[in-house]
Design a protein around this ligand. Structure first.
Ligand SMILES: O=C(O)CCC(=O)C(=O)O
Length: 278
């Protein structure tokens, strides 16, 4: 992982997380067009975040092989144009990424981050696959590399964003690695079920507090097949305060991330420096 640490400063970052709701009757192409318009509604943000597998369907396993795309596929081309049109950083959530056109091609659950020129600046293949003996472990290859990326705004703010996806949230050791690489903002797209939504909100706050990072969690609402999704996207400050929160249905939440305050907290309450293991 190669990232540079930002210079200290009183920078801030305006973030919007778009909590989507969809059902399987909505055609794939219409869903993409609808979300493309929603990205325009977030115009002015420095960073726009979408949920995990929102186009491909978080639990729509039977469609994954057909819908899977390479990183230069048409769906991500649409996301690239949206980032460029709005001059925004866009975390496009994740896609089912296809390795190549062969029948034995590997598939990954891959998050993709575009810069305001519409260029891919980071991709992250989900390391912890959800489903135990079914779902992701059955269909997808696990990622192996933690990924973070530098992010700079036109106004001069600079930070490092650490990537992870949904079930990863249960594995705190991943976040320690990301923080070791300079991460100040954790972005976590998800398709997290309603049955365990308390875990989603509590673990997001825990990751923020223990790592002294902002945490941007973007979930899906509604019902995907027979799975009720949890919604409750949230943006958490490094002291654990929830600064923006969504409810049970489609929503757009926003917050200004005060990077100067984060750096001040780390300076005045330097718990990360007291780590003894790893
Ligand atoms: O950990 C959980 O409870 C949900 C995880 C999940 O739904 C996923 O990673 O897709």
């Amino acid at each position: 992982m190669s990232v540079s640490r930002p210079e200290p400063g009183q920078d801030s970052l305006d973030v919007v997380a778009i909590q989507l709701e969809y059902d399987r009757s909505e055609p794939y192409s219409s869903r993409i067009r609808r979300v493309d318009d929603l990205i325009d509604d977030a115009a002015g943000a420095d960073l726009v975040v979408l949920p995990e597998l929102w186009a491909h369907g978080g639990f729509d396993y039977d469609t994954w092989t057909d819908r899977a795309e390479p990183l230069d596929g048409t769906f991500l081309e649409t996301m690239s144009r949206a980032a460029k049109r709005n001059s925004t950083w866009l975390h496009a959530g994740s896609i089912i990424e296809r390795e190549n056109d062969t029948a034995s091609a590997r598939l990954w659950n891959t998050s993709v981050v575009f810069d305001p020129d519409g260029k891919i600046r980071a991709t992250y293949r989900k390391i912890h696959r959800f489903g135990f003996s079914d779902g992701e472990p059955r269909l997808l290859t696990a990622g192996t590399e933690p990924v973070s990326t530098g992010l700079a705004t036109a106004a001069g703010a600079e930070t490092v964003v650490g990537l992870s996806t949904c079930y990863d949230l249960r594995f705190p050791e991943l976040y320690r690695e990301l923080v070791g690489a300079g991460t100040e903002v954790l972005v976590i797209p998800a398709a997290w079920p309603r049955a365990r939504v308390e875990h989603w909100t509590a673990l997001g706050r825990a990751r923020a507090i223990e790592n002294q990072t902002y945490v941007v969690q973007c979930n899906v609402a509604g019902v995907d097949g027979d799975v009720a999704l949890g919604g409750h996207s949230q943006i958490v400050a490094p002291d654990g305060t929830v600064v923006a929160a969504a409810g049970d249905s489609a929503d757009m939440i926003s917050a200004t991330l005060e990077l100067g305050s984060l750096r001040e907290l780390r300076r005045t309450f330097p718990v990360l420096a007291d780590r003894r293991l790893g």
